[in-house]
Design a binder for this molecule. Sequence first.
Ligand SMILES: O=C(O)[C@H](O)[C@@H](O)[C@H](O)[C@H](O)CO
Length: 440
Amino acid sequence: MENLNFPSDFLWGVSTSAFQIEGATREGGRGPSIWDTFTETEGKIAQGEDAKVAADHYHRYPEDIALMSELGVGAYRMSLAWPRIQPDGKGAPNKAGLDFYDRLLDAICDAGIAPTVTLYHWDTPQALEDTGGWLNRDTAERFAEYASIVGERFADRVKMWIPLNEPMVMSIYGYAIGEYAPGQFLMLDAIPTAHHQNLAHGLAVQALRAAGATNIGTANNHSPIWPANDTDEDDKAAIWLDALLNRLFADPVLLGSYPEQILDHLPANYAADLATIHQPLDFYGVNYYEPQGVAAPGEGNPLPFELRPIDGFPMTTNDSPIVPHGLRELLLSFHNRYQENLPPIHITENGCSFADTVAEDGGVHDPERIDFLTGHLGALREAMDAGVDVRGYFVWSLLDNFEWSKGYAPRFGIVHVDYETQKRTPKDSFRWYQKLISND
Ligand SMILES: O=C(O)[C@H](O)[C@@H](O)[C@H](O)[C@H](O)CO
């Protein structure tokens, strides 16, 4: 039986992101983002779906906050839509955008929940993408300007700050393999977008602190890398992939250096930015979903690795293997690799998707999700028992939402959303998490 006893001051939360739940994409002076463009591009999104309405959180946030009060969470991780605050990604802020987030943050605080704010969850203003997006170093400067604006306005209410969500996914899925917006196929030539995002992180931390913000960290996606075979070749490929997916984002932020494997792919003047990137942090946020399999590259493959599926584990409907002990392995590897350079950790995302439906009894019965959460929290507890300093855990996600290029089919919420009526129905996992939080 999993030991799910956590310290009384352990922080329990839920996570969402603006583009995936807000909707109202053309309301309140919001400008277009790369994901608005991507959803309007033929063949990019499953069933041709879009997020113009999504979970309509822009209008229904009071109801969603009431659900979080009922759940008993101590914190709510949300993101601000950059194109709502700066429609073109630069210059004077959009008043209606700031006013919306004032209303939202006030309501979250009034509910006694700590706002945990991500400044950027992939919705780059299209106008900035038109000038190169994260391939353009200037976008990092624009991001710092944006961070100053929101820091000035919201530092009095926001309890935890996260400049960027999963820069790895933006670089790899957005610029290397074209699966996500902006949809470029640059392969390893996408690595400069990682450096510019790391620079944006450092500049934003400085801008937020200058604006009086405190308690600043990250939300980086990390996976243990599993070689397919116990061979030197596969081990070498695993070291390369670990450098690309994990260390390219963790090392500069935590150590002020880059892994040797990727140095040749960085912008020529990258070294001058390392001190800016290497800002002291109050916490290190980890998003964990699954391990990543890898093997040595086959004939004709220009990359120094080849991705391999992880077999032998139950799967989610989003084709992710369910591997709770992968979380323990990842946390212990970070603990051993970064030691005193690693601030306290928060699990800023962990969750799973299943084909949840409303049953005849009106409930939504998701025992697989309860098993998933039980397993991962058990693994987290074991990592803490082994000395890893973890202070909080945020379930992905509060609500079913727009799962990027996969549209609405993958349901990650602990609250079911009927996209026809926008009716919210807490799933059994919601009741399970509520009970866990109240017990602790
Ligand atoms: O981790 C991510 O990819 C993102 O942060 C979320 O926006 C996803 O929706 C979630 O992870 C499920 O895939």
